[in-house]
Design a protein around this ligand. Sequence first.
Ligand SMILES: [Zn+2]
Length: 147
Amino acid sequence: MQHNKIIPYHNFVLRNLLQRKEPIDKSALSAELKVYVKILSDIYEADGILFHNHKVIVPTEWRSDMLKRIHEGHLGMDKCKALGRSTLYWPGMYQDIENVVSRCITCNGHCRQQQHESLLPHPVSEFPSGRRQELISLRCMVKTTFL
Ligand SMILES: [Zn+2]
């Protein structure tokens, strides 16, 4: 990837909005730029990167790549959204993540599998190696919850 060598048109337009002194005619803006105008006071630039509430604003040109990265672990809908929300921002990001994850057989198969599984208590005291059984149960729970 050569992202740092290209200045995305998206960021060029957004910087112009940020630097604009005169009132902005919202009727002339796209739906996405209208969203940016509403949150303009929360947008800032640091080291050439635009941020919204400490999250990197992802230019239009890089969003499909970011969506691939968010989704590459097949974590399912909630965790993919949480992953995106933790560091990235763009208007409609949740909808874009939903569009990708809802079409993914792996994520949806994994979610259905998780929903049907239930954790059953193990009779740990019946086994002489109870501590070992406890660890195996914990590993199974971690595996089904996070993997
Ligand atoms: Zn997936």
